[in-house]
Write a protein of this length. Structure first.
Length: 94
């Protein structure tokens, strides 16, 4: 908020608008429902902290014996899920 000189209300409005845009994009691209837990391989609570979350994600990816054998589309889908998790965490930390 300080960087952009936004009020708290303006910041919340921007976050909601950004979340809505991300939801719309996700649903169009994936043909799945945003927020449906069955769409995710891994969900983490941001209360765990950045370092713990990073460790968990790295260990999870390393544990996937078949990760290297995934098709390009499957790898992209998997990495997008991680991106969404991390971007959601980031937004909640600012």
């Amino acid at each position: 908020m300080e960087i952009y000189h936004d009020s708290h209300e303006d910041a919340l409005r921007y976050i909601h608008k950004s979340d809505h845009s991300r939801k719309s994009y996700y649903e169009v691209i994936s043909k799945k429902i945003w927020g449906d837990k069955s769409n995710y391989d891994l969900c983490l609570d941001c209360k765990l902290g950045n370092e713990t979350i990073i460790d968990i994600i790295c260990n999870y990816v390393k544990s996937l014996n078949n990760y290297r054998s995934l098709s390009k589309n499957e790898k992209t889908s998997f990495l997008l899920k991680i991106y969404y998790i991390m971007s959601f965490t980031y937004e909640r930390l600012i």
